[in-house]
Design a protein around this ligand. Structure first.
Ligand code: SF4
Length: 327
């Protein structure tokens, strides 16, 4: 997949060494990594506005109510446009008979810009390999955000999207911990080099209750290296993320793994009986697919299925009850 880097300026809180605001802004320290549809959308915007103009300039995009305003589109207009996008999705999914693609009704009013941002954060935090998260796009986005923080650009940076991403990540990790606690209480066995640490992490959650809904509380929660648990259903494991032993090459200072780049044999991996079952079921599905494929291709898929079965077998032979794993 081609990668595009988007460079841009930012303006808010940009100051010189004497603390004076620099109105010309400065180039962002890290570029955004984008996939082709995003780049295409930017190319279209560049044709709508004159050269050198803001891509979302009020003058060129909001001809009805803001044409006398300078600068970028205002919040109210963007909220309306998010609403229009939702209406369009509803209309298209009805017309195409794609009910599952429908945007659900909201109990708390319209989906504005901030809730759309929160929705994106939810997907980045909980579906690192999912359709919306677009593994590469947002996996790298998280890496970029974490690097930005560790490089010192995040002093004010855990606000906005960074803060929401932390909150969603912390809430998702807390749910993973609660599920692991429940599984252990229900007698499921656990395997993996990080099993003990994961169980300790899972039992420490109650002391954070209530603190995870603020960016500051969430960042503190996520900074507990080795004790924060990330569900990784694509690789049939829970990751008790410890930076120094991670094989997925996290940036220095990262508080979350690069789940899309998870590697077999990592010392942070933990599995329960549920993961072993899911890996076997996945292997069976792959075998069923392989039976319908031409032989060379089918053989490759069968090899992958065998790898998942091996992984489940390794769990079965090493797994211990939680009380023994934590001892
Ligand atoms: S490679 Fe290790 S640290 Fe990275 S996601 Fe996989 S288990 Fe976690």
């Amino acid at each position: 997949m081609p990668r595009h880097l988007i460079r841009a300026h930012h303006y808010k809180n940009v100051r010189d060494s004497d603390g004076h605001h620099i109105s010309a802004g400065e180039e962002r320290a890290l570029p955004w990594v984008a996939i082709t549809p995003v780049v295409n959308a930017i190319r279209v915007l560049e044709r709508i506005v004159p050269k050198g103009e803001l891509l979302f300039s009020s003058t060129h995009h909001d001809l009805v109510s803001q044409r006398k305003h300078h600068g970028a589109l205002k919040r109210g207009t963007l909220d309306r446009r998010v609403g229009n996008l939702v209406s369009w999705i509803k209309q298209e999914s009805t017309a195409q008979g794609l009910d599952a693609q429908m945007v659900p009704e909201y109990l708390h009013g319209n989906l504005g810009l901030s809730r759309l941002r929160r929705t994106l954060a939810w997907h980045v935090a909980r579906r690192p390999g999912g359709l919306v998260a677009l593994a590469i796009q947002y996996g790298h986005m998280r890496a970029a955000l974490d690097a930005r923080t560790s490089a010192g650009y995040g002093n004010r940076g855990r606000r906005g999207f960074h803060g929401e991403l932390d909150v969603e990540t912390a809430l998702a990790a807390a749910q993973t911990a609660a599920r692991l606690r429940d599984a252990a209480a229900a007698g499921e066995k656990i395997s993996g080099p990080a099993a003990r640490l994961a169980l300790i992490g899972a039992t420490s959650i109650p002391s954070f209750e209530g603190a995870l809904t603020t960016p500051r509380g969430a960042a503190k929660f996520l900074a507990r290296d080795g004790l924060v648990l990330f569900d990784n259903p694509d690789f049939f494991l829970i990751c008790a993320f410890k930076r120094d032993t991670a094989l997925c090459d996290p940036d220095p200072g990262a508080t979350a793994p690069n789940q899309f780049a998870c590697l077999l044999g990592c010392g942070n991996a933990v599995r329960t009986d549920r993961h072993a079952r899911a890996a076997r079921e996945h292997a069976d599905r792959l075998d069923a697919k392989a039976a319908l494929m031409p032989q060379p291709l089918g053989d490759r898929v069968r090899l992958t299925a065998d790898r998942f079965r091996d992984l489940a077998d390794a769990h079965d032979s090493a797994a211990q009850p939680a009380e023994e794993a934590i001892a």
